[in-house]
Design a protein around this ligand. Structure first.
Ligand code: HAM
Length: 413
């Protein structure tokens, strides 16, 4: 028997409704902010991610699903920001309007060690606003993330923000970290030893307690930020205050992707345990130029849908009863019920029938299990009189009605 690949999941019909609900809410809220959907391919040249996420990032180092074909190396996308930027440049979207807002919903792939909330195929609901350096946009996008979470019915999360500065500031911080950490390597975990060589910034947000103790003693905060980047962040905070977004400054938040500059943020939820980020994002003012486009400021974020669902799972879902279930008794009635089913559906009414030859009692139970609003029963008697028996599954009442009036009655209910 075949089994699904570790770290992937089947989203079964009983769960798919919640996915559709969350996706529909996201689409509605994004459209309020004038974000438009973009659907880049799931597979890209691997080099696109090496270039944008950074050769030393954990994703490029360890987590890419690579596919080699002749001389080409492709990757299943580990995230969508790089793809959206590639699409923006390749399709000359900046020529129509230099500032554009995009959103996307879809699967991402990372070869991580699977655990609760960490999968190898997972899904993002994300957005990217490309073509502006304005600090107000950072505030608006963090506020959008906050509003989306409220619309999903999620509460109890924390929004953490930080300022990474421009590339020059980041380089200065990396140098400072290298010199300050040089004599303290013994106190760091094995992974941070590698980070020290490849990506010292990531030592700042290592979850290992010993590393955190070392980091707490460093003298680095804000010292390497240029005045323009300090001012930008001040404006972001003012914007967030004006919008009444609840946030906290997290000076060690650095994010694992190289493209970030200035504002970065992460939204965590205590119910998630170890993998506590439900979403994250930030500004990436050099990525468009690095990938061959113009010098265009940009900011975005992505939520992990599986994690969103983990923190909404405890909320009860109201069962919507909107199905009409037809039960026919006898061969002739079956013909009539097929026509009626077709007619109901053509009139936009969800309808189904019994395909398992159940008894009347069994079919009624099935109708109830499916959440039917009404059951329509057609037997010999009804056929003769051109009527149907209509059973209200909420009140339990039952009455006869002329078949030609049925659709009218159901649509005016
Ligand atoms: P990221 O932090 O790598 O950012 O991913 C965003 C969110 O995706 C995480 O906060 C988490 O909820 C979810 N996630 C990440 N990895 C997994 C996994 N293995 N299993 C389940 N969920 C996961 C980005 O990808 C950026 N592209 C976000 C962004 C957009 N920045 C700017 N624009």
């Amino acid at each position: 028997m075949f089994k699904r690949i570790t770290g992937t999941r089947d989203i079964l019909p009983q769960e798919a409704g919640r996915w559709q609900e969350i996706e529909a809410i996201a689409r509605r809220v994004f459209s309020l902010y004038r974000y438009q959907e973009i659907r880049p391919p799931l597979i890209e040249e691997a080099l696109l991610f090496n270039r944008s996420l950074g050769q030393s990032s954990e994703i490029v180092q360890k987590q890419m699903f690579l596919i080699k074909r002749e001389k080409e190396v492709y990757a299943l996308r580990p995230e969508a920001t790089a793809s959206v930027v590639r699409a923006y440049i390749e399709n000359n979207l900046d020529k129509t309007s230099a500032f554009q807002k995009f959103y996307y919903i879809g699967p991402m792939f990372r070869a991580e060690r699977p655990q609760k909330g960490r999968l190898r195929q997972f899904h993002h609901i994300g957005c990217e606003a490309i073509g502006s350096f304005a600090a107000d946009l950072d505030a608006e996008i963090i506020c959008l993330a906050d509003n989306l979470l409220r619309a999903f019915g999620i509460s109890g999360y924390k929004i953490k923000i930080n300022n990474l500065g421009c590339p020059k500031d980041k380089t200065a911080l990396v140098q400072a970290l290298r010199s300050q950490l040089k004599g303290k390597l013994k106190g760091l975990c094995a992974e941070c030893h590698t980070r020290f060589k490849n990506n010292p910034l990531r030592i700042l947000d290592c979850k290992n307690q010993r590393c955190q103790e070392v980091v707490a003693k460093l003298d680095i905060h804000n010292a390497y930020l240029c005045p323009e980047c300090v001012e930008h962040f001040d404006q972001v905070k003012e914007g967030l205050d004006a919008l009444k977004v609840d946030y906290e400054i997290s000076p060690n938040l650095v994010r694992g992707l190289d493209y970030y500059t200035r504002t970065v943020f992460e939204i965590t939820h205590p119910e998630l345990g170890g993998q506590d980020a439900i979403g994250a994002g930030g500004r990436y003012d050099n990525l468009v130029a690095e990938l061959g486009g113009s010098q265009a400021g940009a900011v975005g974020f992505a939520f992990g849908v599986e994690r969103l669902l983990l923190v909404t799972s405890c909320k009860s879902q109201a069962v919507s009863r909107n199905l009409i279930y037809i039960i026919s008794l006898g061969e002739e009635a079956k013909q009539q019920s097929l026509k009626l089913l077709d007619n109901l559906r053509k009139n936009g009414i969800a309808a189904d029938t019994d395909y398992e030859n159940k008894s009347l009692k069994g079919a009624l139970r099935k109708a109830d299990d499916l959440g039917s609003r009404f059951v329509v029963i057609i037997g010999e008697d009804e056929l003769r009189k051109n009527t149907v028996t209509l059973k209200d599954m909420v009140s339990g009442e039952q009455r006869e009605t002329m078949i030609e009036n049925l659709i009218n009655e159901l649509t005016t209910k």
